[in-house]
Design a binder for this molecule. Structure first.
Ligand code: BGC
Length: 456
């Protein structure tokens, strides 16, 4: 057992700063995916867009993100986590400027594609970087800073959209992302490379120096030994084909499975279409719908903080299982609410149930997906494997977002929510049988246990 005093000594401000700066990638993720719904109304008028052109502006970000995540993981293994975070910041800044200054639809689409690449790169690098610099005992909440930043970014986007909605200044809405992008870049210039990546690339002296610096003590021998031992044992080389080697396969199934379930249980139908859903539940005014949406965004932020507080104490599994159970229940109720004839169920019931659903996601599949995919892969293939899970997550995000309105048209909202409820049941079973507990274990211990699992 490590005493709380040791943990406190380990948990230096430096690690916190590294985690917080890197987490800004999450803020941009949330902001850039959330801001478009409010901006679109004005962009549509200015450029006279068809429905397809509007869908293009919204979804091109998700396509860019999938490409960014899939390629970014490999790049983070080759060039380092820190370097890729600097590149990511630059891409975010360029993307925001291109969007804000776009004179035509095609330039805007290119700008959104660039922003998407930045988001994808962030999702393939930020969680890994934070998990590799954090001590085992606090890794859970520190990596979850990424998810917290995502939720704050989404809320900020709702509020910025609301603020500029009177003037219709969509260029400001999209352009403001320059600020967190620049802070991410400037912050990362001063942060060190991940000691684990350095060790893996033969830079042992530097790796030890960084480890001592971020732990705030020269007493790093046991952690260092573990890293060295794990590297000596690992046979994987870090190519795509290595992902299918026997000792990685189980971890890959878990990561890809959670990536799919995080999306197919419907979270982004609420995040992207909340005002529409709330209005169809019977809230008549636009301002009422916006207010309810902001309330949902706030619940998302608050419950993510609750999850961060619990994640290193109660562990990943209990939160995951309780949270997904809450999602199943609330999706079931939403199905009933929307199947009643108009006026049959009070609108507030729909809003409260949506909040329970988002709260349940925020303590489970939200943070825990990003955390686990940064924990369960061996160091040699961590970037490429995490990036693959992130890429699959984006692909399914795209799929759910473009099919939601059609599903509602064909099945009605009630049945649509029940489809997500069924998928949530599947994701509960998947988590129950396959997801391991990683609380309090070092990344090296986790790597060993997967190898052992396979050997057993
Ligand atoms: C998901 C996003 C979602 C967000 C909502 C993230 O973990 O990956 O798709 O929009 O949570 O908080």
């Amino acid at each position: 057992m490590v005493s709380p005093a040791t943990v406190q000594a380990e948990e230096t401000g430096f690690v916190f700063a590294a985690a917080a700066f890197a987490a800004l990638g999450g803020l941009l993720f949330g902001y850039d995916t959330g801001v478009i719904s409010g901006a679109l109304i004005f962009i549509r008028t200015q450029f006279g867009l068809s429905t397809f052109q509007q869908e293009l502006i919204v979804s091109v970000v998700l396509v860019g993100a999938a490409v960014g995540a899939l390629s970014g993981g490999r790049l983070a293994d080759v060039f380092g986590r820190r370097f890729m975070l600097l590149v990511t910041a630059l891409i975010f800044v360029i993307g925001a400027i291109v969007c804000a200054a776009a004179p035509s639809l095609s330039v805007l689409v290119i700008g959104r594609l660039i922003v998407g690449l930045g988001i994808g790169l962030a999702t393939s690098t930020v969680p890994i970087y934070i998990s590799e610099v954090s001590p085992a005992q606090t890794r859970g909440w520190q990596v979850s800073l990424f998810q917290l930043a995502i939720t704050i970014g989404i809320l900020a986007a709702y509020l910025v959209d609301y603020t500029f909605s009177g003037s219709g200044a969509w260029r400001w809405m999209l352009g403001l992302a320059v600020i967190p992008g620049a802070i991410l870049g400037l912050g990362m210039i001063r942060m060190p490379e991940s000691p684990r990546w350095l060790a893996e690339h033969g830079q042992s002296d530097l790796a030890r120096q960084v480890l001592a610096r971020i732990r705030g003590t020269e007493n790093i021998d046991s952690e260092w030994l573990e890293i060295e031992k794990t590297l000596a044992e690992a046979a994987e080389r870090g190519r795509f084909s290595d992902l299918f080697g026997p000792s990685i396969r189980t971890a890959l199934v878990i990561g890809i499975g959670l990536a799919i379930f995080q999306q197919v249980t419907g979270i982004n139908t609420v995040i992207y279409y909340a005002p529409l859903i709330v209005q169809s539940a019977g809230i008549p005014t636009a301002s009422g719908a916006i207010l309810a949406t902001a309330g949902i965004g706030l619940v998302n932020v608050i419950m993510t903080i609750v999850a961060m507080w619990l994640i290193d104490h109660v562990g990943r599994r209990p939160l995951l299982l309780v949270g997904i159970a809450g999602m199943i229940l609330s999706l079931g109720i939403l199905g009933f609410v929307f199947r009643m004839p108009t006026g049959g169920a009070p609108a507030w019931l729909a809003v409260i149930t949506l909040m329970v659903y988002v709260a349940s996601f925020a303590i489970s599949l939200g943070p825990i997906f990003w955390l686990l995919i940064a924990e369960i892969y061996p160091l040699r293939v961590r970037g490429i494997a995490e990036g693959s899970a992130a890429g699959v997550n984006w692909a399914f995000n795209f799929l759910v977002s473009i099919t939601f309105l059609t599903l509602v048209e064909v099945l009605g909202p009630g049945l649509t929510f029940w489809v997500y409820a069924l998928l949530a049941i599947a994701s509960w079973l998947f988590s129950y049988y396959l997801v391991p507990e990683t609380k309090g274990r070092t990344l090296e211990e986790i790597e060993h246990s997967f190898r052992h699992r396979h050997a057993a």
